[in-house]
Design a protein around this ligand. Structure first.
Ligand code: GLU
Length: 289
């Protein structure tokens, strides 16, 4: 929970689930955490992160609204849906392309894995080996030829160039203090996937800015992503919020909750007869006396 000492009144926070499965206790914790951080006097917003058009489904989105309302949460309308904002993401991408800060990447996952294996000792980030930069080294002529030939491609950030352009950056973790931005931990991240004109990283910074979010609250698993988000904010001249990464809740065996833990979905708990207050307590938010 957010301690009172690190709370600022009038905060704008958001909960940003992906409608690719049912919400579980971990989501409830995250949503309640964000709502509590906006209280008192702030605004709690909801954002549907549905860029993954193959995995997201309308019935999961409808279930998100039902589950959150059942938990007793209220959020502002309209709800922002990322699938309606592809043009905006494309514009930002074109801006970065015009500044030569991104490059098309034609690699398949298999090719990347093979390249890494062949290199022997590839640099590793917290999420595994970093992209080895294969497509960054292609000539302008080759890039143009392959793009014109309609070859499937993602767009990656040219990290070294981007970092050089903005210089050292810091960001603020609420309750912990200033953090030196280390976007090199994730390397040349994908900013637009082969199938959609954005990626999680690009959409999240543009949308947090569009929604006027002042405090980004989310799980500790996304702490490292924040280094990249801070860099993107600097490149795109976006306002810089503060962050508060909360602990992840785990199940009885100490395993982190993921969407596949269907038994702990909010729907399953509700069907088992639990009351909203009991689920809020399980999610780490017992009622105040
Ligand atoms: N959509 C992300 C998720 O469901 C959350 C992203 C964020 O809060 O920045 O894990």
């Amino acid at each position: 929970m957010i301690s009172n000492s690190s709370k600022i009144p009038g905060e704008i926070t958001r909960f940003a689930p992906s409608p690719s499965g049912r919400l579980h206790l971990g989501h409830a914790h995250s949503a309640l955490f964000a709502a509590q951080a906006a209280d008192p006097g702030g605004r709690f917003l909801l954002r549907i992160e549905d860029i993954d058009v193959a995995r997201c489904r309308p019935e999961f989105e409808a279930a998100i609204y039902r589950d959150l309302a059942w938990l007793g949460l209220e959020w502002e309308q309209p709800v922002l849906r990322q699938s309606e904002r592809f043009d905006l993401y494309r514009d930002a991408l074109r801006q970065l392309e015009a500044r030569d800060l991104i490059y098309p990447c034609f690699c398949t996952r298999k090719e990347i894995a093979a390249e890494i294996a062949a290199a022997g000792a590839a640099p590793h980030g917290p999420d595994g080996p970093l992209y080895p930069g294969t497509c960054r080294r292609r000539s302008v002529a080759e890039r143009r030829r392959r793009l014109e030939g309609g070859e499937a491609h993602a767009w990656r950030l040219d990290l070294a160039k981007a970092m050089e352009q903005v210089g050292p950056l810091t960001w603020h973790e609420r309750g912990q203090g200033p953090q030196q931005a280390q976007p090199q931990l994730l390397g040349d991240v994908v900013l637009a996937r082969k199938d959609v004109p954005t990626s999680y990283h690009l959409a999240v910074v543009l949308d947090d800015a569009a929604q006027g979010v002042t405090l980004v609250t989310r799980g500790r698993d996304l702490f490292v992503a924040t280094h990249v988000h801070r860099l993107l904010q600097a490149l795109l001249d976006l306002p810089v919020p503060e962050w508060r990464h909360h602990d992840l809740i785990s199940d009885a065996s100490g395993q982190r909750l993921a969407k596949r833990h269907d038994a702990l979905s909010l729907a399953a708990l509700r069907d088992a007869g639990l009351a909203p207050a009991e689920v809020r307590a399980k999610a780490g938010f017992p009622e105040r006396a």
